[in-house]
Design a protein around this ligand. Structure first.
Ligand code: NAI
Length: 243
């Protein structure tokens, strides 16, 4: 029997993924700060993460870490929700993961704008909330978002290596701009001009179901030989921008 945890399931990409997984016949456990989720928890709060993890019953055959906040949130919250929370939640849930489980984190192509060397990003992940708060005091929201998504990418490789002995795979999906409520916040943080320029390059913004399809595949047996990768699902934005 498959049981998959989806965070950020009450909106956008997480909601689309939940619908797809349920239509495939999976049991989906939803976690979100928004009432209506199976587990209502604020992932910016360490105590809430710990309490949520304690309430989640195993075995889980998959986890999709989709919850995220944009660059308009305070830097400490951005680093907490986008990097520290998935790493901590995943760690706490390890004993409840079935061998052979699949894990996916939704990062962002924006993570590539963070030019930090990998050891510095690893220090953030390993330092948890304390490290995140120290960094948050030195950066604005836009930079915090870039760092947080690079953190998500580096975490995925670290977790893939750590969980490989149990046959547990960990991959990352990096969207470009996607038509979800968070896009309005991106307009406020990085500017509508930059988003319009991205849409001009690729022809349009992505749709939540298009990102969810990639996560769904990485959670499935069809991707069983794929581990530790970043799958960009951005209509070619990253390549076109760099060309
Ligand atoms: P969204 O705003 O529609 O959904 C985000 C979900 O995360 C919401 O259900 C929200 O309640 C939940 N969430 C936020 N903070 C939380 C917290 N502290 N505790 C628990 N739940 C929390 O946005 P969207 O687009 O579906 O975002 C999903 C992921 O995709 C995020 O990680 C985002 O950074 C990433 N992403 C989105 C892009 C876009 O253009 N929409 C582009 C690149 C990455």
């Amino acid at each position: 029997m498959s049981r998959i945890l989806v965070t950020g399931a009450m909106s956008g990409i997480g909601a689309a993924l939940t619908a797809q997984l349920r239509s495939d016949g999976h049991t989906v456990l939803t976690l979100d700060r928004t009432p209506g989720a199976d587990i209502v928890a604020d992932l910016s709060d360490i105590a809430a993460i710990d309490s949520a993890a304690a309430r989640i019953e195993g075995p889980l055959t998959g986890i999709a870490h989709v919850a995220g906040v944009p660059g308009t949130a305070p830097p400490a919250v951005i680093l907490a929700v986008n990097t520290v929370a998935p790493a901590r939640l995943n760690h706490l849930l390890e004993p409840k993961l079935a061998d052979g489980a699949a894990i996916v984190i939704v990062a962002s192509v924006t993570g590539h704008r963070c030019l930090w060397p990998e050891p510095q990003v690893r220090a953030l992940i390993e330092g948890g909330a304390q490290a995140a708060n120290a960094i948050a005091a030195t950066v604005d929201g836009v930079e915090a978002y870039q760092i947080s998504k690079r953190g998500a990418l580096v975490w995925a490789s670290m977790a893939a290596a750590a969980l490989h002995p149990r046959g547990i795979r960990v991959n990352a999906v990096s969207p470009g701009p996607v038509e979800t409520p968070i896009l309005r916040d991106f307009e406020a943080s990085i500017g509508k001009d930059r988003l319009d320029a991205a849409a001009a390059l690729t022809g349009r913004h992505g749709r939540p179901d298009e990102i969810a399809e990639a996560v769904r595949w990485l959670l499935s047996r069809a991707s069983r030989w794929v581990n530790g990768i970043e799958l960009k699902v951005d209509g070619g934005y990253h390549a076109l921008r760099s060309a």
